[in-house]
Design a protein. Structure first.
Length: 97
């Protein structure tokens, strides 16, 4: 993995990261914080299909709304594949007082 990725993994031992076993966290951090150069590396290394799988499986809940919307547009993901995160403001109250 490129040494430039080290800055995105301040809380873990970068040398111990495995690009297969830790693919989800690598994808998540590069999508959220990465430069264009790192995003190009990510797309070349994992491919858009793998990134799409991450977003559908857990990125919808873990990525920030701005990042999620950007990648939904870039990868042509629908709201059915990746529903917008729920918001307390949009939910109905359970108890009516």
């Amino acid at each position: 993995m490129p040494k430039a990725l080290r800055q995105y993994f301040w809380d873990v031992g970068f040398e111990k990261l495995d690009d297969v076993r830790h693919a989800d966290i690598i994808i998540e951090r590069v999508l959220e914080y990465g430069t264009m150069k790192m995003v190009r590396w990510l797309r070349d290394h994992y491919g858009d299909a793998r990134i799409r799988r991450y977003i559908i499986r857990s990125g919808c809940r873990r990525l920030s709304p701005k990042t999620l919307n950007f990648w939904k547009l870039m990868l042509h993901l629908t709201d059915k594949e990746c529903p917008p995160p729920s918001s307390r403001r949009n939910s109905k109250k359970f108890w009516v007082f």
